[in-house]
Design a protein around this ligand. Structure first.
Ligand code: LLP
Length: 444
């Protein structure tokens, strides 16, 4: 696996190697020792890779001084992860009171936070406003109405963006496309003028400052961002002239692709940044518009390749002449992505094997569902019961989409850095699992 300077083009965390014992080592931590110390399944985040991914974004967009990076928390949100990124100056895109609460828990104020989502509750809106969120991305007319009502009650003017559906289809899995016309997200670009008129006429406690769109996730082409920019800036030009307003914020969402398997070939973050910045400059010149404040909301591309998951190999099932399954002590509850999106992953046996004798297997999870196969058709070096399997690229959308399916306990997460390891999310306990259950008196 090649190591390029851009982390989103690497499958593995930056300092991944084999140590003298022949064990896999990440950031000077022996992976087999980590599994022994903390148990498996175990989410491992390499802080050096994580901060490199964040600084790739900061550096790549530094030429466009008006850039604001708001990390899409849904990819991976824990208090320590949030704090690391906040300490680097990043803001946040949140979609729930839980994500907001996690930021506050980490001591992060909401002055660089935008609130997205297509059905924010009254409780969530009030909580966000009371905690001085920077702005909302309003997704519908219903939301505008309620936002204005709450802002009026609280006697404030709330800054908002309008979430627009720009009708762009990009080539990624159907479930993670968002810009196509029948998407549940955003206001149709063709209806925006009516909606802006409504805001200006009726919703006096809202201050519309920009447009927002998000066209999909795990995108491997830069041209769709050019299309998005051209559509949004043309619309801003029309709105500014028609209504004599000055929208000057442009939020392009996230979606920058990363490498999970050898055949993935995403552009680097610098390629994405250059395409975006050049396109903004070209369009602004053509339309005679001031350069807007640019928001980007990377999620996956900021965390994915800093994370791995460690599992212990269990029982095997050999179907003579057909295939061999090895099982692991986790699966779809700690990583739903293969079952949900046919997502593919790279992995290797972490403990030393002396010689290399690859064997083709399917890696099955332990959950009661046939679709719970984490990796199909992968070559692993003599996998055996008791081995430690390291699955790469699990930093994004694994922990954040995890569940207690089959009443399995959620895994712990550790942060590693240059030989040190620290727990940042404790493993759930059996007591945690039943802590919200109530055994009715009358049933006893
Ligand atoms: N901004 C908005 C408004 C979004 O809806 C999303 C992701 C992002 C930013 C961040 O996108 P990213 O940079 O991570 O691609 N669970 C799926 C991905 C769903 C993405 C949903 N929205 C997966 O595991 O592939």
């Amino acid at each position: 696996m090649s190591n390029t300077p851009f982390v989103n083009q690497n499958i593995k965390p930056i300092n991944t190697t084999r140590n003298k014992k022949g064990n896999l080592e990440i950031s000077k931590c022996d992976v087999v020792e980590l599994a022994k110390k903390y148990g498996t399944p175990l989410y491992v985040i390499d802080e050096i890779t994580l901060t490199k991914m964040a600084s790739d974004f900061i550096n790549a967009f530094s030429r466009y001084k008006k850039t604001k990076i708001t990390y899409a928390s849904k990819a991976l949100m824990t208090s320590s992860i949030a704090k690391i990124l906040a300490n680097m100056g990043l803001g946040f895109d949140v979609v729930s009171i839980g994500e907001i609460y996690t930021l506050l828990n980490a001591g992060i104020d909401l002055s660089k936070t935008s609130f997205n989502g297509n059905n924010k509750s009254i409780e969530e809106i009030e909580f966000a406003i009371d905690n001085k969120i920077d702005h909302f991305s309003a997704d519908s007319i219903d939301e505008l109405k309620i936002l204005n009502k709450i802002a009026k009650q609280k006697n404030i003017t709330q800054k908002i963006h309008l979430r627009v559906n720009p009708r762009i289809e990009c080539h990624t899995h159907e479930y993670i496309q968002t810009g196509q016309i029948d998407s549940k997200f955003g206001i149709d670009i063709e209806k925006i003028e009516d909606v802006v008129k409504l805001i200006l006429d009726e919703y006096k406690n809202l201050e519309l400052v920009g447009l927002h769109a998000h066209i999909g996730s795990q995108i491997f082409e830069t041209n769709v961002f050019r299309d998005e920019i051209s559509i949004l800036l043309n619309k801003i030009k029309i709105l500014n002239e028609k209504f004599n307003i000055k929208l000057n914020e442009l939020n392009l969402g996230g979606g920058y692709g990363v490498k999970y398997i050898e055949s993935d070939n995403p552009p680097s973050i610098y390629d994405f940044a250059n395409a975006i910045i050049n396109s903004i400059e070209e369009n602004c010149k053509k339309l005679n518009l001031d350069y807007p404040i640019l928001y980007i909301e990377p999620g996956r591309s900021l965390v994915c390749n800093s994370g791995v998951t460690l599992y212990t190999v269990g029982n095997e099932k050999n179907i003579e002449g057909i295939k061999k399954y090895i099982t692991i002590d986790g699966g779809m509850a700690d990583n739903i992505r293969p079952s949900l999106y046919q997502a593919e992953y790279s992995a290797e046996i972490a403990n030393n094997k002396n010689e290399n004798k690859p064997e083709k297997v399917d890696v099955a999870g332990k959950f009661c569902e046939s679709g719970d196969v984490l990796i199909r058709n992968i070559e692993l070096n003599q996998p055996q019961k008791g081995d430690i399997l390291c699955v790469y690229g699990t930093g994004a959308y694994c922990y954040s989409m995890s569940s207690n399916y089959n009443r399995m306990l959620k895994s712990a997460m550790i942060l590693i850095n240059d030989g040190k390891s620290e727990i940042i999310v404790k493993r759930q306990t059996l007591e945690d699992l039943v802590s919200n259950d109530i055994v009715l008196e009358r049933l006893k």
